[in-house]
Design a protein around this ligand. Structure first.
Ligand code: SF4
Length: 364
């Protein structure tokens, strides 16, 4: 027998993508080095010749094919791809065409700056089969862009999203909560804008102080203070919910753990399970708000035992890292938690006569 349901929340499953095969070209095409950027440290590659990067990629892609691994999506990351010198840009696109013809890759994507979108470069990218251009927007807020000396304004960043889509490709948006001049409310407004502008996917890279950057100098001089991890977790949970409601995947939160990055992080909000911690907080927020509404509207009495029924895939995550959210869950006053095999549905149910022997459950 099932319990009466009082509310249902949708929790979208993680979309499945082909694996990404990144070719890092650190700082290639960048007009100057941005204050927070240490692409060499972030990617694990020193600046290198495009030809060397392509030769390595050719070898590794052939090895993948010999091992019968599925064809990945080729991604040119680490610099300003659309501003590469002409010969290097053409060589990369020719490499992608050939690799695709040979079945070594399934698609192509790249990352670039919002102010480097010459029409001929976009047309060439699209003709080479590029499906997504990831824009290193960082923020749409003029004050943050100015203080980080990004060299473009918010309107330029907004126009970039439209330009990419008009050129026939998806626009991904990378944002940097905590960059100089940015406040949590600016970041949340950035997320709303990115979604309004039709972002196909989002990446959130909280601003870290990395050795060798201008930001490190500012931080040492006491002129920059990164956001705390707690601030980032809370604001990302809200941002994640905005994206989730819009049906837009957040494909990365926090820098990938490249070798050498650990030693180079001087300060800033960093945690190896950042994404999982953010999602756990988002889950708690959504359930808490729903329960509050149910009680406020009389759909559930204040003292009525309510059970939470979660997709089993969330079982290891909902309490947060090392149970950090256990007290928050307990404070909701829910009676019990159960799990089911449906992947996308969260239910709040009256605690009556469900068959507890058929459905393993745990206490808050
Ligand atoms: S943030 Fe982007 S544009 Fe700036 S230096 Fe790094 S890769 Fe280049």
């Amino acid at each position: 027998m099932t319990s009466p349901r009082i509310a249902t929340l949708h929790w979208p499953d993680v979309p499945s993508y082909p694996p990404v095969f990144p070719v890092f070209l650190p700082f290639s095409g960048c007009p100057e080095r941005c204050v927070f950027c240490a692409q060499d440290m972030q990617t694990g590659y020193a600046p290198r010749q495009t030809a060397d990067a392509l030769a390595e990629a050719a070898r590794l892609l052939s090895e993948r094919a010999e091992q019968a691994l599925s064809a990945p999506e080729l991604a040119f990351y680490g610099g300003t791809f659309t501003a590469l010198p002409s010969a290097a840009f053409a060589a990369c696109l020719e490499f992608a065409r050939t690799a695709r013809r040979r079945g070594l890759i399934s698609g192509l994507r790249c990352s670039t700056r919002p102010d480097c979108l010459a029409p001929d470069r976009l047309a060439a990218l699209r003709d080479a089969g590029c499906g997504c251009v990831e824009l290193g927007v960082q923020s749409f807020a003029d004050s943050a862009l100015r203080q980080s000396r990004r060299g473009y304004d918010g309107l330029t960043a907004q126009a970039a999203c439209t330009t990419v889509r008009t050129a026939g490709m998806r626009a991904g948006v990378q944002l940097m909560p905590g960059m100089p001049g940015s406040r949590p409310e600016d970041f949340l407004e950035d997320v709303r804008l990115a979604l309004e502008l039709g972002a196909a996917c989002l990446r959130f890279y909280p601003c870290l102080v990395l050795e060798g950057t201008e930001l490190a100098t500012l931080w040492r001089a006491g002129r920059f203070e990164p956001w705390t991890l707690e601030t980032v977790l809370e604001v990302l949970a809200e941002a994640f919910e905005l994206a989730q409601r819009a049906g837009v995947p957040v494909i990365r939160m926090g820098l990938a753990p490249e070798a050498g990055l650990n030693d180079g992080v001087l300060a800033g909000p960093r945690h190896p399970a950042l994404g999982a911690r953010v999602q756990a907080r988002c889950l708690w927020r959504r359930v808490a708000r729903c329960l509050e509404e149910m009680r406020a509207t009389g759909q559930a009495a204040a003292d009525e035992p309510v059970e939470l029924v979660l997709p089993r895939r969330l079982q290891g995550m909902y309490r947060g890292h090392a149970g950090e959210l256990a007290a928050r869950w307990a404070a909701l006053g829910m009676a019990d938690i159960r799990f089911h095999e449906e992947r996308e549905e969260i239910r709040l149910e009256r605690r009556t006569s469900h068959d507890v022997t058929a459905t393993p459950h745990e206490r808050f």
